[in-house]
Design a binder for this molecule. Structure first.
Ligand code: HEM
Length: 182
């Protein structure tokens, strides 16, 4: 058995999975509201009526957990070598996306409190941000599981093998182990 090292502490893993869970509640309650094509998804939580009240609340929960993840992870994101460029870009983009989704979502939630042009703009931006988000998440799920073997365990058990660390993040490997990356 190859030796393992800690990559994500319990709190970091808990924030990540609470973001992922609330994200999927938003997806499965939001898509039936978006189009009848996805109406079948509504049955996961009840009916379309359930989705209509649950979606905004799940959205607030998703934003809150995203904010918690941002605050909990920002220090590690700035640490040289722990994450590659793509991972850091993804982190900042999903943080920005969460902000965009909550801002436009609140407008759509309380339509009578906002002017018509702002409501129309919010609708377009809410949908556009979601589509971009969904594409990013699909790529992320692929890379976090079958795309890069050994990565998923970092978010479940919290650990990675030394081999994984040396291969994916040599600088971070050297920093945590004090060993050369060869
Ligand atoms: C089932 C779905 C998901 C899986 C399997 C998954 C898996 C992972 C794994 C394994 C890592 C650690 C990568 C590493 O240590 O190098 C990670 C990091 C991360 N996850 Fe997820 N994740 C999922 C859903 C999400 C969702 C929904 C979001 C945000 C809305 C998200 C945001 C992040 C961010 C920002 C990072 C750090 C940057 C990165 O490694 O790309 N994840 N995820």
């Amino acid at each position: 058995v190859s030796e393992t090292i800690l990559r994500h502490k319990t709190l970091a893993r808990a924030t990540h999975w609470s973001v992922a869970i609330t994200f999927f509640v938003c997806v499965f309650t939001g898509m039936p509201i978006w189009s009848p094509v996805f109406g079948w998804m509504a049955h996961l939580f009840g009916t379309l009526e359930t989705c209509r009240w649950l979606h905004p609340l799940a959205g607030v929960a998703f934003f809150a957990t995203s904010l918690a993840m941002f605050l909990n992870w920002i220090g590690e994101m700035l640490r040289p070598g722990k994450y590659n460029f793509g991972q850091r870009a993804f982190f900042y983009l999903v943080s920005l996306g969460a902000l965009g989704l909550i801002a436009t979502g609140v407008v759509l939630w309380f339509p009578s409190s906002f002017a018509q042009p702002l409501r129309e703009l919010s609708l377009v931006l809410h949908d556009f941000t979601f589509i971009a988000f969904a594409v990013g998440i699909i790529g992320h799920m692929y890379l976090g599981t079958i795309g890069e073997p050994g990565t998923f365990e970092s978010m479940t058990r919290g650990t990675v093998t030394k081999k994984w660390a040396r291969f994916h993040h040599p600088l971070w490997y050297r920093e945590v182990t004090g060993e050369e990356d060869r």
